[in-house]
Design a binder for this molecule. Structure first.
Ligand SMILES: [Zn+2]
Length: 156
């Protein structure tokens, strides 16, 4: 250790022993990293957690604790759960968009197969009721009698 003490020992104003549990994961040149985990978990708790796990998992654990602490500081109510919720929402919205696009593809395929039915009025799949697990109907030589809408809602 060039500067003598790691960020944790500097923060705690103590001598940094050669076998310091913090020094590999909280270098002196990044004091904010330890300050974040100290603020959320408490420095001694972080030290206890690192000691309880095998050495090969400690770097990943320290990174995870830092990330989760940063999230908790930025969003005190939800922490990283807020990010997970936003990602779930994005996945859900993307699945709905995918289902709508698959429906459009199916509509265009059926329209190519039956161009004379294009002016009938079948409400295939309203946007509000689109399900993320929507399945494209299997291709068949005898498709059901579709009636085509004059206006498809998601084209607006
Ligand atoms: Zn130290």
């Amino acid at each position: 250790m060039i500067s003598g003490r790691c960020a944790a020992c500097k923060n705690q104003r103590r001598r940094c022993p050669s076998d310091c549990i913090f020094s590999p994961y909280f270098p002196a040149n990044d004091p904010q990293r330890f300050a974040s985990v100290h603020k959320i978990y408490g420095g001694s708790n972080v030290g206890k957690m690192l000691q309880q796990i095998p050495p090969y998992l400690r770097e990943q654990t320290a990174n995870s604790l830092y990330f989760e602490a940063q999230c908790r500081i930025q969003d005190p109510v939800y922490g990283c759960v807020g990010i997970i919720s936003k990602l779930y929402e994005q996945i859900h919205n993307t699945e709905i968009e995918l289902a709508q696009i698959q429906t459009q593809i199916t509509c265009h395929k059926l329209q190519l197969l039956h161009p004379n039915n294009a002016e009938t009025n079948f409400n295939l799949l309203p946007t509000a009721e689109a399900q993320s697990n929507f399945q494209i109907p299997p291709e068949s030589n005898n498709p059901p009698q579709f009636q085509w809408p004059n206006q498809v809602p998601w084209f607006n």
